[in-house]
Design a protein around this ligand. Sequence first.
Ligand code: FMN
Ligand code: SF4
Length: 666
Amino acid sequence: MSHPFPHLLAPLDLGFTKLANRVLMGSMHTGLEEMPDGPAKMAAFYRARAEGGVGLIVTGGISPNRAGCLVKGAARLDDEKHLDRHRPVTEAVHAGGGKIALQILHAGRYSAHPDAVAPSPIRAPISPITPRELAHEEILATIEDYARCAELAKLAGYDGVEVMGSEGYLINQFVAPRTNHREDQWGGSAKNRARFPVEIVKAIRDKVGADFIIIFRLSMLDLVDEGSDWPEIVALAKQVQQAGASIINTGIGWHEARIPTIATMVPGGAFAWVTAKLKPEVSIPLVATNRINDPAQAEAILAAGGADMVSMARPFLADAELVKKAAEDRAGEINTCIACNQACLDHVFAGQMASCLVNPYACRETEMVARPAAAAKSVAVVGAGPAGLACAATLAERGHKVTLFDQHETIGGQFNLAKKIPGKEVFGETLRYFASRLAKAGVTLKLGALASAKDLAGFDQVILATGISPRTPEIPGIDHPKVARYIEIIEGKVTAGANVAIIGAGGIGFDVAEFLTHAHDGDYAGGWGIDPSYRHRGGLTMPLPPRSPRAVTLLQRKNSKVGGGLGLTTGWAKRALLIQRGVRMLAGVDYEKIDDQGLHIRMGEERQILPVDTIVICAGQEPRRDLLAVLEAAGRTVTLIGGADVATELDAKRAILQGTEVALAL
Ligand SMILES: Cc1cc2nc3c(=O)[nH]c(=O)nc-3n(C[C@H](O)[C@H](O)[C@H](O)COP(=O)(O)O)c2cc1C
Ligand code: SF4
């Protein structure tokens, strides 16, 4: 039988060097770059991906000078003294059989320090800092800094560099009329605005010679007003090719764009069309990017001829061996990135180290190591939600004899609800992954019946991962027939009416609002105002969100902004989506009673009745520890993990990490 991914696994000849396959690991700043022991950690992190078969790795963004650092003290490569932090990384990747390029990223006006510079002194809407305008001589010096950085990268052993020209950073700021109001040779006409990146690529090629990979990450879709138009993007691509670039990678959306481009709600491969649109215009290899998270989808993009390579960034946090598994026809074993951003981008934006919700080993390769157990024990894990799954699989892989109990017929716990939320279907992939791990490791499954203390009697060790119970708030009338639990709504046991109030605006409240307002005829691009025909600059058009089938009000007791506690990098998009659909959001609400008229609330002195048909309760949860007392009374030592341990919010990131750590320690 022929291989399922022939295009993906085909080598790519760049003339002076050959890549093993068509997979590029996209650039991710992980926070390891700045840590004192970062080089060793990065070496282990990247080596695992090289051994996992990635064709070409790109590092996280590194600044070519002090001004270009995103924050004060961020990693830069502008002096030979920095080389020692890079050599362990390049050596490890080469030892793992891979190739690696350093990404050069100058943040321009996105720099969060007072020395930020830009082509024009225009503050970004997402930054409090107005940048200083670069003088002509400083522009020449900055170009020289890029070239010097590339030269140092070569000395450090990198196989190439990627010039970061997208996402609204300095190069993008020169290219787009939105941010470049100069009247000298670096501004005004499209040719002048493109001069900065073109001169950078030329200067780098001059410094590094012909046999060094230069990737240019080109913003093909700015998604902001006064961004580039399509003819300008084509012209820049051609000039960059002419100037000596070896590969053009795709960049989508500036950071200040108000359109989600990488969140779970973005359909897989949603931007492959823009790379395909550029394909006939250039002859060097093109890379498609964003939300490509499985080999079948990548194969389809390559087979259609719209790109020569695919970039996957977060999918390599989720699974270092993605390519190897695809090549060995074990795609069913891939730990798929669910695009939640919870442990990667949210961490980086909060100044913490990135990792991965579904793969807590990511960036912790030196400290989290699964070694064979010193003595095999028989272990009962009760509860097959994320914590129990991670714990059971890890224990069994280490050689313990594991039985996993769950009262439901299927594994997955709350993930079975999450995967029913429109746009979150990919959560089902995590369950497919864990099912394959459990089977491979030989975990015994006892599903479909509540475990009793008697069932657990013969085990050396019991781990309770019994999850949570939804909390019922004390509101007069809470037993009224209008009231439904969120589980009943998501499982389809109760159908909500046309007018709905949701009590509780945490992650679950938002998910339920999404579930209830989702229109089945909606398309992502049209809904957010993305125009593939590019009639206007930035690729923007009037958003045409589909109409919600229901009127929904989302309420919370707290006075803070509704949705303020959601993920740093995705919360705004979830809010924007619901606002588009007309969802009312009320904070500082006291719930007075529920009766036939609806939900009676008070906000400060003002009382009102929401005349709703259905009231959905999403008011938090409590740990579920049914078996704990009886096991402890019998003198058993019990370990609690996941929601059964702490149930403040549903937190799969904490659950999977804790389940894994407990299993590694036994
Ligand atoms: C934690 C994190 C850090 C990132 N850092 C960079 C970066 O330094 N430079 C860059 O060009 N893109 C960066 N990106 C964006 C990725 O390269 C990529 O465009 C994005 O994650 C979408 O692709 P994916 O769906 O394959 O993850 C980062 C993404 C993440 C999740
Ligand atoms: S944390 Fe979420 S988005 Fe980030 S890599 Fe892991 S699964 Fe993907």
